[in-house]
Design a protein around this ligand. Structure first.
Ligand SMILES: NC(=O)c1ccc[n+]([C@@H]2O[C@H](COP(=O)([O-])OP(=O)(O)OC[C@H]3O[C@@H](n4cnc5c(N)ncnc54)[C@H](OP(=O)(O)O)[C@@H]3O)[C@@H](O)[C@H]2O)c1
Length: 282
């Protein structure tokens, strides 16, 4: 049995489908009534979350593997990582696949990613088999543009020309599914990127082409972007995120080999993500 936290999220939603489609017994964890939102047959939905060990505990009974992702503000606050991971181990879970971030590796001193690094340390120390996924920026971050594309055919974003190896969350899910189901991934740290470097301006062109309509790109200053993000992120996370978006390190502009190595096919381009999610922008 495999437990999926964040099961209604960008990665989790796809992962639940992949695991169920492969015939796995899946427990999907959601704080709400995830099942009401549909989903594959045979998946058991359990109310809870990775925010505290107590709410996760009932989902873990009989599980041999856990997909652990920190949705929303769990990246900044919540249960102590070692306490949560100890509860997972105490429940008898043998294998943990953790979603961390590329930045946890590329900027070891960035306080924006302290908590993800603490979770990495906790799973390493757990005595369980673990795999750490360190993705680059997600294609699904473009959902933040969907409202203004629908209403005004406009994208507002900073650093219009800075290209990064944006990754499709469905590829992260596929790598997670492999690491949860197959042997050979224990102790591995996978850096997951897309197959191309793509800038916000180019992403806007891809959305425009998919819609068949002109979409205008309006570049925000760093200060304007900062003000918008500070409404829902702590200061250190806003600063850390804008540092990566505006002045990526060479290691953050590298197209990594791990998606293709695990999946035996190339990573999906941003255009594939847009095609699958076009109704959000139409
Ligand atoms: N976005 C990026 O560019 C990027 C890049 C690198 C790494 N990452 C990492 O990827 C992870 C996010 O993955 P994702 O996009 O698949 O997740 P997500 O869609 O943001 O969230 C997954 C689920 O977590 C649950 N959740 C949200 N807030 C919560 C809270 N306070 N307590 C408990 N559960 C909560 C929600 O499900 P319910 O409401 O159903 O409970 C949500 O659907 C983060 O750790 C992030 O740091 C992201």
């Amino acid at each position: 049995m495999i437990v999926v936290t964040g099961a209604t999220g960008n990665i989790g939603r796809v992962l639940v489908e992949l695991l169920a489609g492969a015939g796995e017994e899946v427990v999907a964890v959601s704080r709400g009534n995830g099942a009401a939102g549909g989903g594959p047959a045979g998946v058991r939905w359990v109310r809870g979350g990775a925010g505290d060990a107590g709410s996760l505990r009932p989902a873990l009974d009989g599980a041999h593997a856990l997909f652990l992702v920190l949705g929303g503000e769990l990246n900044f606050r919540g249960e102590a990582p070692d306490r949560l991971v100890k509860a997972v181990g105490d429940a008898g879970v043998e294998r943990i696949v953790l979603v961390s971030s590329q930045v946890a590796g590329t900027r070891p001193d960035a306080s924006s990613h302290d908590r993800l690094r603490e979770f990495e340390s906790a799973v390493r120390a757990s005595g369980r088999e673990f795999t750490v996924l360190r993705p680059a920026g997600f294609a699904s971050n473009a959902f933040a543009w969907a409202g203004s594309v629908r209403a005004r055919r406009t994208v507002h974003a900073p650093f219009g020309e800075v290209a990064l190896p944006v990754v499709d969350p469905a590829d992260i899910a596929a790598v997670a599914a492999a690491a949860l189901r197959e042997d050979g991934h224990a102790g591995r740290v996978y850096e997951l990127t897309g197959p191309e470097l793509i800038s916000p301006r180019r992403q806007t062109e891809v959305i425009s082409a998919a819609l068949g309509e002109e979409v205008e790109f309006v570049e925000l200053s760093r200060a304007e972007a900062h003000a918008g993000m500070a409404r829902f992120m702590p200061e250190r996370v806003v600063t850390g995120t804008l540092d990566v978006l505006g002045a990526p390190l060479p290691a953050e502009q590298r197209i990594g080999p791990d998606v293709e190595a695990v999946l035996h096919r190339p990573a999906a381009p941003f255009s594939a993500w847009v095609e699958r999610h076009l109704p959000a922008f139409a």
